[in-house]
Design a protein around this ligand. Sequence first.
Ligand code: ADP
Ligand code: MG
Length: 610
Amino acid sequence: MMEDIIRLLPEAVANQIAAGEVVQRPASAVKELLENAVDAGGKNIQLVVKDAGRTLIQVIDDGKGMSFNDARLCFERHATSKIRSAEDLFSIHTKGFRGEALASIAAIAHVELKTKRAEDETGTVVLIEGGEVKEQSPTTTANGTSISVRNLFFNVPARRNFLKSDNTEFGCIEEEFIRVALIHPDIAFTLYHNGKLTYQLKEGNFKQRIIGIFGSHFNDRIFPIEQETNYIKITGFLGKPESAKKKRAEQYMFINHRFIKNSSLHFAIESAYEQVLPDGTHPLYFLSIELDPATVDVNVSPTKVDIKLQDDRVVYGFLFAAVKKAIGEFSLIPQLDFDYDTDLDLNNVPQTGPIKVPHVSLSPGYNPFNSFSNPRSTYQQPSHHSTSANPDWDSFLKGIKETEVSVAQPEEQKVMQFEDSAQDMLAEVTSYIVVQKRYLFVSLQDKMHVIDIVRANERIIYENYLQALKDQPVTVQQSLFPETVVLSGARAELLTEIRGDLLKLGYDIEPMGGGNFAVNGTPHDEEEGDVQTLVENLLDEYQSHLIAHRSERDKNLALSLAHQKKAVMKPLSNLQEVNHFLQQLFACLLPSITPSGKKIFEVMDVEKMF
Ligand code: ADP
Ligand code: MG
């Protein structure tokens, strides 16, 4: 006789299996409990851990608490207060919604829940072991919820044995803690491990939270990004190119305040950095993306770290452009550098009240990628502050604003300042070496400089082009026999659009219809070259920057053309040419980096080499 062999699993076993998906290690329980505390509206959340979570995981919040009945119900599978119908799945604003975390944790641990709503006289305590409620009674407790999870995996030895060293497991806990804390800077968090206070994060803004977690040296490593349309909003901080790392960099991306991992969005960010970072290094980022929840499916995996986006190409494109633009703005805008009286102690600048007015000047060699510990790249004697520890720039700058020192008309000041300094700074060099046809070694101010000639040339022509577009058009050399350039539809359209600007840069190009253009003139100093290829490459590069530099047409055009022509340069063949080249470079507003953010020269500390 054939027997039926299918059997229903006892509920306890089913719960244990489900628990395996949600709770793989102590850190997963930590994540779920912290997210519940955030969802409950807690403003102060404490995490207490013993033995990397093996012995105890406790999360205490001051959120809305639970009623007597809810305190028991919350441990039932599929018990959630966060969605009521299938439709709600498409407008999730909370972290949880699957209603399985507490059931899963309770199935494999000893759990004590204490909770109280503000409106209730007394609170509730529930004890539950291996999914069985052992006790439920009224108790006195603070408003909010405290959940203690002891002896995790006590009834799943396989999983317990599978755990790694305490260091590894605590590392994972720390990471989950950071992921939740980072994106909720408006909530205060603390973490105790084995009785030791490991993190104490006060309420603040995103930047303060980053610094609170990773340390004050991050202050100098990041710059802001902010971009918004009615479809998507991106805010946060990006790492300066110099702070990129070879190995694992701090990279955090959040969609609708939920930490997510998404390789294509990650790739969008890394590609936006492409021209700016050395190969094999990775940028830091802390990005918060906000989208209509209806366009994000977070219900792809039990841990909700993977997500599906309805329009991932749109998000990809926008993210790429936003990051690129932020990098562009960060590296293209010359920054003010402050020179101040030597007896002004930055560490003791009063927060309010009068402040001694510092003398403000600009340093044309200021490199925004340098941290303040090395403020002016080369051409000034280092002043005492270069060795002082982390000046408090924020309050320093605030002090300046309060006394209303005018730092207006930076352009004008820049020029004046430069004319002064250009003369005394740039004594002519009397010898030079060029290595590999590209690297120029010269001694300036008694320091050995290595200059990348091609990159320097890119900076020089870029600034010339900007000037040309503004008010000093390049002289056109008319051709007797105009060359013809033939372009496809999109390129032809683009060329017609920027033709006027190209004329200012020395290219007189006239549309002849049918995608044909006559090149009637080229810049007077241009060597013979393949105009067809130049125009094609120029248009393609311009197009690819178009989204990123939308509002800065001039910069885009100057950047694209400079990029095409940086390598077209006569080799430096005598002292006079070298000096002329150096004069041109250091007449630039930003001589130390290329328009796309690459380093142009390095100062060698010869003494350090020995
Ligand atoms: P989910 O978060 O997916 O709803 P959980 O199993 O994590 O499922 O929690 C179940 C329910 O228990 C929640 O929907 C919420 O109503 C309640 N809950 C859990 N933790 C807390 C807390 N810290 N404060 C208040 N309510 C909580
Ligand atoms: Mg939850």
